[in-house]
Design a protein around this ligand. Sequence first.
Ligand code: ZN
Ligand code: ZN
Length: 144
Amino acid sequence: MSEQRLQEALSHLKSSGVRITPQRHAVLEYLMQAMTHPTADDIYKALEGKFPNMSVATVYNNLRVFQQIGLVRELTYGDSSSRFDCNTTEHYHVICESCGKIVDFHYPSLDEVEQLAEQVTGFEVSHHRMEVYGKCEDCQQTNH
Ligand SMILES: [Zn+2]
Ligand SMILES: [Zn+2]
Protein backbone atom coordinates (compact mmCIF):
# COMPACT_ATOMS: atom_id res chain seq x y z
CA MET A 1 0.00 0.00 0.00
CA SER A 2 2.61 2.58 1.01
CA GLU A 3 4.99 1.10 -1.58
CA GLN A 4 2.38 1.78 -4.25
CA ARG A 5 1.90 5.35 -3.03
CA LEU A 6 5.65 5.84 -3.15
CA GLN A 7 5.80 4.62 -6.75
CA GLU A 8 2.93 6.94 -7.69
CA ALA A 9 4.67 9.85 -6.02
CA LEU A 10 7.92 9.05 -7.84
CA SER A 11 6.23 8.95 -11.23
CA HIS A 12 4.48 12.22 -10.37
CA LEU A 13 7.92 13.73 -9.69
CA LYS A 14 9.26 12.39 -12.97
CA SER A 15 6.35 13.72 -15.00
CA SER A 16 6.80 17.11 -13.31
CA GLY A 17 10.37 17.18 -14.55
CA VAL A 18 11.90 16.83 -11.09
CA ARG A 19 15.18 14.95 -10.97
CA ILE A 20 15.10 12.12 -8.44
CA THR A 21 18.34 12.14 -6.46
CA PRO A 22 19.03 9.46 -3.82
CA GLN A 23 18.45 12.05 -1.08
CA ARG A 24 15.20 13.21 -2.61
CA HIS A 25 14.07 9.62 -2.88
CA ALA A 26 14.95 8.99 0.79
CA VAL A 27 13.13 12.11 2.02
CA LEU A 28 10.03 11.13 0.08
CA GLU A 29 10.17 7.55 1.29
CA TYR A 30 10.53 8.66 4.91
CA LEU A 31 7.57 11.03 4.59
CA MET A 32 5.38 8.36 3.05
CA GLN A 33 6.20 5.85 5.76
CA ALA A 34 6.04 8.18 8.73
CA MET A 35 2.47 8.84 9.69
CA THR A 36 3.69 11.30 12.30
CA HIS A 37 3.76 14.55 10.26
CA PRO A 38 7.48 15.10 10.80
CA THR A 39 9.32 18.43 10.85
CA ALA A 40 12.24 18.99 8.47
CA ASP A 41 14.48 18.48 11.48
CA ASP A 42 12.91 15.08 12.26
CA ILE A 43 13.53 13.99 8.67
CA TYR A 44 17.08 15.27 8.79
CA LYS A 45 17.81 13.38 12.03
CA ALA A 46 16.31 10.19 10.64
CA LEU A 47 18.39 10.33 7.45
CA GLU A 48 21.69 11.93 8.46
CA GLY A 49 23.25 8.53 9.19
CA LYS A 50 22.57 7.45 5.64
CA PHE A 51 23.51 10.79 4.01
CA PRO A 52 26.30 12.42 6.03
CA ASN A 53 26.58 15.29 3.51
CA MET A 54 22.93 16.23 3.74
CA SER A 55 21.90 19.37 5.65
CA VAL A 56 18.60 20.51 7.09
CA ALA A 57 18.51 23.05 4.25
CA THR A 58 18.66 20.21 1.72
CA VAL A 59 15.71 18.54 3.43
CA TYR A 60 13.81 21.84 3.32
CA ASN A 61 14.59 22.35 -0.36
CA ASN A 62 13.30 18.88 -1.17
CA LEU A 63 10.15 19.47 0.86
CA ARG A 64 9.56 22.73 -1.03
CA VAL A 65 9.82 20.86 -4.33
CA PHE A 66 7.34 18.23 -3.14
CA GLN A 67 5.04 20.98 -1.91
CA GLN A 68 5.13 22.87 -5.20
CA ILE A 69 3.94 19.87 -7.18
CA GLY A 70 1.30 19.01 -4.58
CA LEU A 71 2.83 15.91 -3.01
CA VAL A 72 3.00 17.27 0.52
CA ARG A 73 1.27 19.89 2.58
CA GLU A 74 2.97 22.16 5.03
CA LEU A 75 1.29 22.58 8.39
CA THR A 76 2.35 25.80 10.07
CA TYR A 77 1.81 26.45 13.73
CA GLY A 78 3.01 30.03 14.08
CA ASP A 79 6.49 28.96 15.16
CA SER A 80 9.51 27.84 13.15
CA SER A 81 8.66 24.16 13.25
CA SER A 82 6.46 23.48 10.25
CA ARG A 83 5.32 19.91 9.93
CA PHE A 84 4.88 18.08 6.67
CA ASP A 85 1.99 15.87 5.68
CA CYS A 86 2.00 13.59 2.66
CA ASN A 87 -1.68 12.86 3.03
CA THR A 88 -3.12 15.49 0.69
CA THR A 89 -6.71 14.26 0.81
CA GLU A 90 -9.12 16.23 2.99
CA HIS A 91 -8.63 15.24 6.60
CA TYR A 92 -8.37 16.62 10.10
CA HIS A 93 -5.76 16.43 12.79
CA VAL A 94 -5.96 15.58 16.44
CA ILE A 95 -2.88 16.88 18.25
CA CYS A 96 -1.44 15.61 21.52
CA GLU A 97 -0.71 18.48 23.91
CA SER A 98 1.85 16.40 25.79
CA CYS A 99 4.09 14.96 23.06
CA GLY A 100 3.03 16.88 19.95
CA LYS A 101 1.96 13.80 18.01
CA ILE A 102 -0.46 14.51 15.15
CA VAL A 103 -2.92 11.84 14.04
CA ASP A 104 -5.18 11.97 10.96
CA PHE A 105 -8.88 11.39 11.02
CA HIS A 106 -11.68 11.91 8.53
CA TYR A 107 -15.07 13.47 9.08
CA PRO A 108 -16.66 14.12 5.67
CA SER A 109 -19.80 15.77 7.05
CA LEU A 110 -17.71 18.78 8.04
CA ASP A 111 -17.48 19.69 4.34
CA GLU A 112 -20.90 21.26 4.81
CA VAL A 113 -19.28 23.91 6.98
CA GLU A 114 -17.87 25.54 3.86
CA GLN A 115 -21.24 25.76 2.14
CA LEU A 116 -22.83 27.07 5.31
CA ALA A 117 -20.13 29.72 5.71
CA GLU A 118 -20.68 30.84 2.11
CA GLN A 119 -24.42 31.08 2.59
CA VAL A 120 -24.18 32.94 5.88
CA THR A 121 -21.37 35.36 5.03
CA GLY A 122 -21.33 35.62 1.24
CA PHE A 123 -17.65 34.68 1.22
CA GLU A 124 -16.17 32.57 -1.50
CA VAL A 125 -14.66 29.87 0.69
CA SER A 126 -11.42 28.25 -0.42
CA HIS A 127 -10.73 25.82 2.42
CA HIS A 128 -11.00 25.34 6.12
CA ARG A 129 -8.80 24.09 8.89
CA MET A 130 -9.82 22.42 12.08
CA GLU A 131 -7.70 20.91 14.80
CA VAL A 132 -8.64 18.90 17.84
CA TYR A 133 -6.40 18.86 20.89
CA GLY A 134 -5.97 16.39 23.74
CA LYS A 135 -3.77 13.68 25.17
CA CYS A 136 -2.81 10.66 23.05
CA GLU A 137 -3.16 7.07 24.26
CA ASP A 138 0.57 6.71 24.98
CA CYS A 139 0.65 9.88 27.08
CA GLN A 140 -2.49 8.88 28.97
CA GLN A 141 -0.67 5.76 30.10
CA THR A 142 2.67 7.32 31.00
CA ASN A 143 1.87 10.55 32.86
CA HIS A 144 -1.33 10.73 34.79
ZN1 ZN B 1 1.15 12.16 23.37
ZN1 ZN C 1 -2.40 14.73 8.25
